[in-house]
Design a protein around this ligand. Structure first.
Ligand code: FAD
Length: 288
């Protein structure tokens, strides 16, 4: 089923994000976790696409297992950075051959060793070019990324939103947001997005903070801001992993609860390939 149709049928659409294990780890390691996640009845599960070429075939392999063995909708992430049009067409064909009907169309980041990478040398410079191509050349339902606090490399929030509108206009069916830790940021973002005519469903992305190292890495990578409440929590429990995890699950549960009370289109949980924590969050909000 196309995720675009899922959003028409139910609210909220509950989704999980997983990433493929590294090529040096047996792929089977993800399937035990997945089996536990399936018990939570997610509406779909998304599988990330490895930056710089690592584990890319595994995205298709895992998405195929989700769809064809577990009978859950799969959303395959696809980044266009460094890919030619011919390669993108082949990837889309391969996904279709596995019965996968949904793609999250992304630009991707510059290769880690080339921070000044010139995107203009790519067949697809922005995710919007990829969205348009997928819509013109396949029957896929297409999702895309949104950044409630602005993309880390964007200088002005309003500019980022204008480019988001442009991207959605190329045929985006639904949006999934970057993580953020204060729902007010999401509500402001949605208000501004709706005001400029972005009408498609938007799933806020929530990630439980389970340790202080993880949060530091995430903030550096994606630029999410830390509300005082979260800073205090990390200060209080950061040196005690067990308490930190409990507090992180509680924090994420309250975020999800508030979002549900405010009638959001969906909830997208960044699972970090861990099922116990998302199980607890969903139990805490009466969804498991
Ligand atoms: P775009 O939408 O192209 O935006 C990139 C930047 O360019 C933004 O600053 C935007 O404002 C600007 N821009 C857009 N269009 C134009 C234009 N026409 N002219 C000028 N400026 C423009 N990365 C991975 O490698 N693998 C994954 O699986 C993955 N999954 C993700 C899932 C989600 C939900 C999110 C939020 C991010 C994910 N990422 C993933 C990270 C993503 O690839 C990076 O954030 C990347 O830097 C931007 O990708 P994008 O698709 O948002 O790009």
């Amino acid at each position: 089923m196309k995720i675009a149709n899922l959003f028409q049928e139910k609210k909220p659409v509950i989704s999980f994000e997983i990433f493929p294990p590294k090529n040096t780890t047996p792929i089977e390691s993800i399937f035990n976790t997945l089996e536990e996640m399936i018990k939570l009845n997610p509406d779909y599960i998304s599988v990330t696409y490895g930056a710089g070429g690592s584990s890319r075939d595994r995205t298709r392999e895992i998405a195929s297992r989700i769809k064809n063995q577990y009978n859950v909708e799969a959303l395959a992430h696809l980044t266009c950075v460094g890919h030619t049009t011919v390669e993108i067409n082949q990837i889309l064909k391969d996904l279709e051959a596995e019965n996968i009907e949904n793609v999250l169309a992304l630009r991707g980041d510059p290769p880690a060793d080339q921070p000044n990478y010139d995107f203009s040398t790519c067949d697809f410079k922005y995710a919007s070019n990829l969205v348009k191509h997928i819509k013109n050349s396949s029957a896929m339902s297409v999702g895309a990324a949104a950044y409630p606090e602005g993309h880390i490399h964007c200088l002005r929030l309003s500019e980022d939103l204008t480019w988001l509108k442009h991207k959605v206009d190329q045929g985006v069916d639904f949006l999934v947001t970057q993580i953020y830790f204060d729902n007010r940021i999401f509500y402001n973002f949605i208000e501004n997005a709706r005001r400029i005519g972005i009408t498609c469903p938007v799933s806020p992305g929530i990630m439980p903070v389970l340790n202080s190292k993880q949060i530091k890495r995430m903030i550096t990578l994606c630029g999410a801001s830390m509300p005082a409440k979260l800073l205090i929590m990390v200060d209080k429990y950061g040196d005690n992993p067990e308490d930190m995890e409990k507090a992180g699950i509680e924090y994420a549960s309250r975020q999800v609860e508030d979002l549900l009370n405010n009638g959001v289109d969906g909830i997208h949980l960044y699972t970090m390939n861990k099922h116990q924590q998302i199980t607890e969050i969903l139990k805490n909000v009466g969804k498991a």
